[in-house]
Design a binder for this molecule. Structure first.
Ligand SMILES: Cc1cc2nc3c(=O)[nH]c(=O)nc-3n(C[C@H](O)[C@H](O)[C@H](O)COP(=O)(O)O)c2cc1C
Length: 224
């Protein structure tokens, strides 16, 4: 090969590499560009009641005032529930084999959102109030926020049916207890519930066949 054709080849390879890099960057940007609909303020990760006091005060409360949660309290709540607490992306709640398969859906009067823990914000799923479709008990529509813990079984690495159910239930329960303790610390009311209108919420949220509802939990200020 002559020196001139060597140069041409190097030049062509250089162009091909740059084109490939540009295509990869574009593909990444398209995936990452799904914008947040609500950017939450950074969570306040210090303070709160001492753990033993929060444990003493943890309880189920089923009646809620209408008063909404402030953006800061919502931010702190979702971070406590299942936020990222380490640089490697691991969470405040454990998950079997670190599958992180539970998505936290957040039903509020204006819309249903899903919590994006990495970006610490909310993505809108449906622009209407679906709280009445979560369950028949009054708390799911009376509380300003009802969280629905939904397992995405596609993230569960080929585990068999029984393991998927067991692990998803356990992983959702850890999130629920984080929420209970956060509520105890903040003087908020909360009830975790399994009596969920599964077909109703599946339809309202447009869940895919691999998404399974594990638990739900209402949060708000206690009714005085
Ligand atoms: C897995 C699970 C499912 C539950 N399902 C419901 C429910 O569907 N509706 C409800 O009102 N409470 C539900 N609860 C709340 C329990 O009734 C409550 O935790 C229990 O009465 C004990 O009260 P405490 O949480 O104040 O200790 C559930 C709790 C758990 C752990």
């Amino acid at each position: 090969m002559t020196r001139a054709s060597q140069h041409r080849l190097i030049h062509l390879l250089d162009i091909a590499t740059k084109a490939l890099l540009a295509a990869l960057l574009l593909a990444f940007a398209t995936v990452a560009a799904q914008p947040l609909d609500i950017v939450l303020p950074p969570p306040q990760t210090d303070g709160g009641k001492p753990l033993m006091q929060a444990l003493k005060e943890r309880r189920t409360t089923r009646s809620f005032a209408e008063q909404p949660l402030t953006p800061q309290v919502l931010s702190n709540l979702l971070w406590a529930a299942n936020g990222v607490n380490r640089p490697d992306g691991r969470r405040t709640a454990p998950s079997a084999r670190n599958w992180q398969e539970i998505d936290v859906y957040v039903a509020m009067p204006d819309a249903l959102y899903v919590y994006d823990a990495r970006e610490h914000g909310l993505k809108r799923v449906v622009a209407r109030d679906v709280r009445a479709q979560i369950g028949a008990q009054p708390h799911s529509r009376e509380a300003p926020v009802t969280l629905v813990y939904v397992a995405d079984e596609q993230r569960m690495g080929g585990a068999d049916e029984e393991s998927r159910r067991t692990y998803a239930a356990a992983d959702a329960a850890f999130i629920a207890q984080n929420v209970y303790l956060f509520c105890a610390s903040e003087g908020l009311a909360s009830v975790v519930f399994a009596m969920i209108d599964r077909p109703g919420f599946t339809q309202a949220a447009g869940l895919k066949p691999q998404q399974r509802i594990a638990l739900a939990q209402s949060v708000g200020h206690p009714k005085r």
